[in-house]
Design a protein around this ligand. Structure first.
Ligand SMILES: NC(=O)CC[C@H](N)C(=O)O
Length: 381
């Protein structure tokens, strides 16, 4: 006899999926997305850009390498919940210091297993990141009508500023990774490390590590930092991080700040939400995408060289390239749907990309962008 369901996922259109719950119990409303990466479930769940989203993993074996603090992209899992095909099993990895289920349970994150993730992914593609309610109740008692109504009433991510909720409370220094830079500790004739201020809109740790590995002494400031706060650190370059929510909503305070920095002739580098907000600051517009891009195998063409990079992606909004003003060009394009993946100012060292060059998880084809930022700071010195 089939197992009694202990979790269920109700879509706003009334479709319901039943499965086995794991992790924390309770109920959560969120936007539902799918991620096609075959590895890196822990990095994905702890990526702050997934706030208010539930991730369906199209890869069926999730949990089999457990979790390890070394792979955290933030101190906690941020995705509201996960949907998987097979129930997670005991981990088999020497790196694991916990298993996925108890890690999620302790941190209040819900999971549902035993789902036909192919069928669900088709629904996500057709409906465009539906609003859903995920519930986990060991007794298996669910009020479906109420869940569907809650999903339908939820306002969604458009207009939502979540960066404020995931940003750091106070500024801090990030040096991890700097030791592996050839110039660290005066080891070679490399210049002294570059003073970089990184604005934390929900920054992934591997971005900060990658900046440090390319020679940056990073000071991280909260999302609401003003241009004066940034300039007080006398930066040689400013980095705008990834993050959750709607760039237009976060832009309410971030855009004027970035516009002031743009007057200072500093190298500026943005990733994902940082890319979108830089575009807004330059006068372009952002739009909500159909079902967004979430995976580790997304081909992107460098428009200027014709070279194709395989990239890591996680975004549901995009810059409308048609709205880029004069003096700003599109540098990268998605080969999946032609959407914008990069821009740069033609006459200034200001550039950004939609994809994730820090590749955590994902391929490292775009890592050169961190060196490009360091080169811009070196040229300015
Ligand atoms: N990874 C990110 O920075 C995501 C940016 C933005 N929240 C989006 O979904 O498009």
């Amino acid at each position: 006899m089939a197992q009694k369901p202990t979790a269920c996922l109700a879509l706003a259109d009334g479709t319901v999926f039943y499965g086995q719950g794991f992790g924390a119990t309770g109920e959560v409303v969120a936007e539902l997305v799918f991620n096609t990466a075959m590895t890196g479930y822990q990095e994905i769940m702890t990526d702050p850009s997934y706030a208010s989203q539930i991730v369906t993993f199209t890869f069926p074996h999730i949990g089999n390498t457990g979790v390890t603090t070394q792979d955290d992209e933030a101190s906690e899992p941020v995705a509201s919940g996960i949907v998987v095909k097979w129930d997670p099993t005991e981990p088999s990895s020497w790196r694991a210091n916990s298993n996925l289920i108890s890690w999620m349970e302790k941190r209040g994150r819900l999971g549902i297993g035993g789902i036909d993730t192919r069928r669900l992914t088709r629904a996500i593609r057709q409906q465009g990141s539906p609003h859903v309610v995920l519930a986990h109740d060991p007794e298996g008692s669910f009020d479906i009508a109420k869940m569907v109504a809650k999903a339908r009433d939820w306002k969604g991510l458009v207009g939502l500023d979540l960066a404020k909720e995931v940003t750091c409370a106070q500024s801090y220094r990030w040096d991890e990774g700097l030791w592996s830079w050839p110039g660290a500790f005066g080891k070679s004739d490399q210049p002294k490390p570059f003073r970089v201020v990184a604005i934390d809109y929900g920054a992934k740790r591997n971005i900060l590590r990658s900046l440090a590995q390319s020679g940056a002494e990073v000071t991280v400031l909260p999302a609401t930092a003003t241009a004066e706060d940034v300039l007080a650190h006398n930066p040689e370059g400013v980095f705008l991080s990834n993050g959750p929510g709607d760039p237009a909503a976060t832009g309410a305070y971030a855009v004027p700040m970035i516009q002031t920095l743009l007057e200072k002739d500093l190298p500026i580098f943005g990733i994902c939400l940082g890319h979108q907000m830089l575009a807004l600051a330059l006068g372009a517009k952002t739009v909500k995408m159909g079902h967004g891009h979430h995976g580790a195998n997304h081909p992107v063409r460098d428009v200027e060289t014709g070279k194709v990079e395989i990239t890591s992606m996680n975004h549901g909004f995009a810059v409308d390239a048609q709205t880029l003003p004069e003096g700003v060009i599109e540098t990268h394009v998605s080969l999946f749907d032609g959407s914008n993946c990069g821009l740069r100012m033609t006459k200034r060292p200001v550039f950004s990309v939609q994809h994730h060059p820090e590749a955590s998880p994902g391929p490292q084809d775009s890592a050169y962008l961190f060196d490009r930022f360091a080169d811009a700071m070196r040229a300015r010195r």
